[in-house]
Design a protein around this ligand. Sequence first.
Ligand code: FAD
Ligand code: DLZ
Ligand code: SF4
Length: 512
Amino acid sequence: MTTLRLVLADQLTRDVASLRGLDPKTDVVLMAEVMEEASYVRHHKQKLVFLFAAMRRFAAELRDEGVRVDYVTLEDPQNTGSLGGEVGRAVGRHGARLLILTEPGEWRVLEMMHDWRERLACDVVLREDDRFLCSRADFEAWAGDRRALRMEFFYREMRRRTGLLMDGEAPAGGQWNYDVENRKRLPKNARIPDRLRFAPDQATREVMELVERLFPDNFGTLHDFGWATSRADALKALRHFVSLALPAFGDYQDAMKAGGPFIFHGLISPYLNAGLLGPREVCDMAVQAYEQGRAPLNAVEGFVRQIIGWREYVRGVYWLRMPDYGETNHLSADRRLPDLYWTAKTDMNCLAHCVADTRDHAYAHHIQRLMVLGNFALLAGVRPREVQDWFLLVYADAYEWVELPNVQGMALFADGGVMASKPYAASGAYIDRMSDYCGSCRYDVKLKSGEDACPFNYLYWDFLIRNEPRLRGANRLAMPYRTLDRMDDRRKAEIRRDAKAFLDDLPATYEG
Ligand code: FAD
Ligand code: DLZ
Ligand code: SF4
């Protein structure tokens, strides 16, 4: 009796639930490149190359192990173009009596899987995706009937549960969180290590050719493609990060630099999310560096917090709040996404750099995403759906389970405060403090109004004025609203006028 085991593009690990108990004599692993998944948003070219090349490498590794892999390529003339179609064909082809699946990372795909149960002429077993450190059920139990789900409390719970950076019952060093030590500006002469990137091998070059041919107009360039496409290379990249960049990760976690998005960041999210690396091994390696005196506590705690805290937490929120989470629009934002998100053509130097980094690397680090790209969309009042689609397609690490809460909950406050206690809205002063963007910008970050003023400055106050009925009550916004109260009507009218003139002038015609 043949058992068919499906492995999706983001399940590329021998430990994935659907491969557990595999019998090479009777079982077949199905992997399929399908147009529906490759085009449900117009993914960045690097994301497509990374995933297809990594899928092919993983299939080859399974075959080397003696596993039978049925791999359907995108250009196979028989390819039906959908996961459902390919699963159906494979069940017939192999006469499979049982199909084993691992839960996917997207609600949309989970719905499809439920539908397969009805449609297919075989038994279907859907296994939990246990590559996370907190199961969906445990997160639900933690969330209980709290309305607001604060990450910090979840994170402490995860520290206790995993034992990471714990001295018995107490946090290592006496504090749970060293966030205040993670906000240094990058000194002008800071030495930033070169990162381990990987020249595309022959198989990856073939995928690059395929992607350029079939998706010529998708966002992004392939010139600087340097992602690892195998577990072995992803591990090398991780070790390289831990030895060279992790020690300074903590201090400069929030810093931004023109023309250099990597700074001291991990560059591991595409690997974690696709299964090439696991969250526990990544944290263990960082903690080991701390215990051996190779990295300070503020760096290692900050890094571990991102993974066992933020990453697990956003996944929990996603499954808890779907399917309605993507529809929330607490601030009734209704502007079309400005073209500059696609073209990088804007005089705002910070935005131009963040979009260009995204285009060239399918990567931008967290503060670029949150405090520049997300902040601008928040202040400008861009429709959440359009912001979601943009964030879902432009990054090599993007899947809905992680993109959506970050956009809805963190960047746009579209969920009305489920994740954040106040919107992450900031004026130009924040960007100036954390980056070198402003020095060479056509706008003056110190000016508050007029043609040369930094648009973030008047957009920030315009945002607070516009959304006053919904935001004034928020505790953590009491101070800016007090400042606003001290402004006279003429100043407020000036802010509104500058913001309107600027926003009305932003083209928004491009369809992604
Ligand atoms: P590092 O800075 O080195 O951090 C280490 C790891 O921590 C990351 O690899 C990641 O796995 C995890 N992490 C850190 N912050 C978060 C977070 N907020 N949510 C989830 N995991 C986190 N991350 C994605 O993986 N996919 C996305 O689609 C995605 N979309 C985002 C959209 C917005 C609007 C924002 C503000 C953030 C988004 N993030 C997303 C989170 C974060 O920006 C990226 O995980 C991080 O930039 C990846 O780079 P890195 O590996 O160098 O991370
Ligand atoms: C993102 C993506 C892309 C581009 N292509 C495929 C594919 O061809 N085959 C596949 O199995 N999965 C693909 N994926 C991932 C899915 O769109 C989806 O994000 C995950 O299956 C969710 O777990
Ligand atoms: Fe961005 Fe304003 Fe600084 Fe220019 S001056 S880089 S627009 S924050």
